[in-house]
Design a protein around this ligand. Sequence first.
Ligand code: AVI
Length: 962
Amino acid sequence: MVATADYDIASSFAAHSPSPDSGKAIVAVADASSAHKYQFIEYRAAASPNHHKNVPPMVTQIIDGLTKRRLLPTDGNSENRSLPTVLLYDDKGLNLFDRITYVPEYYLAECEIDVLKTRTREIVAEIPNDSDVIELGCGSLRKTQLLLDALDQMRSGITYYAIDVMPMPLHSALGTLAEKYKNITFVALCGTYDEVLTHFKKATRRKTLLWLGSSIGNNSRAESIEFLSSITDNALVANDAIIIGMDRKKDPDVIMAAYHDSEGLTNQFELNALSHVNNIISEYTATLKGLIAADSVADDIFDVEKFCYTGDYDEVVGRHSAYLEAREDTMISWPRELAPAVERICGNSSDIAIKRGERIYIESSYKYGKEDFEILAQGSGLVHSAEWSDSRSYYSLNLFRKPRSTMSPRTDVTAAKGANSNFWGSVESRAQNPLHLPLNVMARKQPSTIPRKNEWEHLWSVWDTLSLHIIPRSKLLDRPIDLRHPFIFYLGHLSAFADIHMAAAECTPLTQPESFAQWFERGIDPNMVDPTICHSHSEIPAEWPEVNAILAYRDRVRARITNWIGVHDETSGVVPTADAARHVWMAFEHEAMHIETMLYMAVQMNPAEICSPIVTTFAAYHGAQPRESWISYTGGSNILLGLHNDSEGALKSQMLSSGHVFGWDNEGPSMAVSVKPFSVRTQPITNGEYLRFLKTRLSAGQDDCDNLVPKSWVQLDECGDYTVRTVVGNPSITSTEASLWPVFVSQKQATAYTSWCGKRLPSEAEWTHASRTYHLARALGKSTSTAQNSFGFQTSQSVDAYLSNLLATQGIDASEYTRAAFDLFVPADANIGFAHWHPVPEATAHPPDAYAGDDKENGLPEARFIGNGWEWTSTQFHPFDDFSPSEMYPGYSADFFDPPSTSDADYTHYVVKGASYATHRRMAHRQTFRNWYQRGYPYVLATFRLYRRGMCDLEPELVPLV
Ligand code: AVI
């Protein structure tokens, strides 16, 4: 097959060129007229000697797809025969596809080239010198060259690897490229992605994979996640990246035109698959007859003339589906020689009658909405780091990077991958999702009562990243916040706290050395005004134990937890008591909370001493303003706060019941409260807005300005430019996206801002009601308006009135949702659980000209409540009525309830709600979780939003601008 190229074994070439696997057959290929060579490495498995006896996999798939009807991604309810999509790409198909990329309606290719041309610098900035660029597929020279031009000029030591399963496209592409670019080393890798990619894990250089051309769109979302997951695990190490070309959701007419071009090329392209099937079947039949393929005489199984191409676009899912439709009744007749194979595969070999109008499925082209990038990233263990779009935001190249660790296990897509289902499982079927709720929402479930082993492992990996990588060992005795212990205390504290609770759960002794439980049991949280006032805490030793001794202790405690989880695994049938389970659950959430504490302590270090866990680039700021919109609520007297059915006392010594939800003592007992009509801004205040406020105060000569500068900022210069502290870099507020991040301030600073603009902070009850009502209204509104187009949200309407309207027509009991412990309707792209290691921009008033998707129908303004940062409330931290402290940890909340008389002193504790980017998703989703800090405490990842009494006007109100 490779005989057309002039090649020889070139061991010396291989020796100085980075090779993913030195054990493979390496050849250096030289064009006769050129001195430039490229390596060609063969990864394909040799054909088995029995190969000819087996039915080739493609023939099997064709028979299987044509004989069995399946529920396919496209229609939840109807079953179709199908053909593998890859059949579109024989030589003729490849040629037709290439021509399609030039027709004006097929905007994808043009858009991708636009992005590669206009965003070259930003893309190349993500690819370091002396690194490997690996393209999945060999790509079209048109676009690959755009990138290589830039790499050739701006980088040194780049090796470009092209992967393809066939040698010929590799030879023709690399022959041309190796000739053109003298600064780049070229390597062709011949094999399937699976065969080739695992070998990159051993490579020591940084890697950037390229998966361009919207190829991802031809896989279902589950397949894409599964593929990317396996790349993450088998080919990438921390900080390696993959750039993926993705077509965005947009006006359905634009998409339909792209797949139904006026020149009829798509029509020819899709129908050619039938000719390709005819060729494959007749070639195989010929070999069965003992003839060589060229002399094949078998009849075609398809009469191509009797079919036409049809396609449709599902706007909710974001998918164009292509079919080959029978124009009249027709038959698929199997050649006689093939009958035994057909019989084996489908149990009978009779001919297949295809009725006029029957559609055979051939291809899906998925389009991506803004939530989907995060779903893909989180499902694959990656971080979505950048999006570069064309001028119309039709198409984007997306950079995903592998972090050192992730907080939560990935979405399990295996169930969603079966033949009868698609991603988000079978819920794409209307029968299983009568309300047609957003599919990602349906797929999410309440987490298990006791965190599973893999959740612990993820938690530990993030803790280790924080305590042993981000904070260098040499800094473990540092104490960047006076009101907290040095870092080293927390290294021991997590294990000591967990051990004390494991010992209680198991009724067994403490882990050795027992003295660690004493030194590390409880940290400090002194009064900000008078730090000598502090609740009881562990005695501080004259010298902290050795780090290695603490780490060995940590490992013993972790082993103890793993063992307990193993014994009480859901499948083991060993049910623990509710008390034991609560101890274990407490240990878990306690560690999760300390990850956040450790993070906000780490960001207060000298930035030069922080070791970033992931390479991060911050997008430039182009002057967009936060969206200034408000939503109103009528409220009422039955706003339910807190968790019910979780009384520690009542459950004492009972066996744990399935589906039980634990909460901390301050989350119960639940109580109904009254809330008057109110409005909140849809988003918190951003760094850019807060900077304007500060400058206004400064120019007005106010003398409290020093106290108003957030501790989350670092002053850069005398002109008042500030950067924002993160563990992945300090982006400028005036010139980067950090302008649009929510500002992190103390409650005291937040109230200074709200008073300045004549507003206040929402109370805990108002915030809770606003958040959960909004999430349910949005989820339902999206589904019902798309399904029935009958609802619309007017700005004069309240979110709760809109929701009641929807619920009334759907027959749903709202209380079921408001009583639910977990807010299942939090958008999937919420920045929680280190989806990003920094906040992300809030939506802007003038976003790029992006397609609003199904939001546009129901018109509920886009709001964000969960993720990025906690939100300060105006509610002093008090117990709910009939509160009783946990016997297992009596001081958890009770030590921090200040008497009402202290209200508004700097040390008074106030409730924060929501979640930050560092909050574990279990707590971020548990609506009843209450967090609290002293109102003057300036270090937390907490922001705020504006509240005002009554319903909002139709006209948006502007925050005073400077
Ligand atoms: C290759 N792939 C990304 C194309 C697409 O848009 O799904 C194939 C194609 N099918 C019809 N036109 C183009």
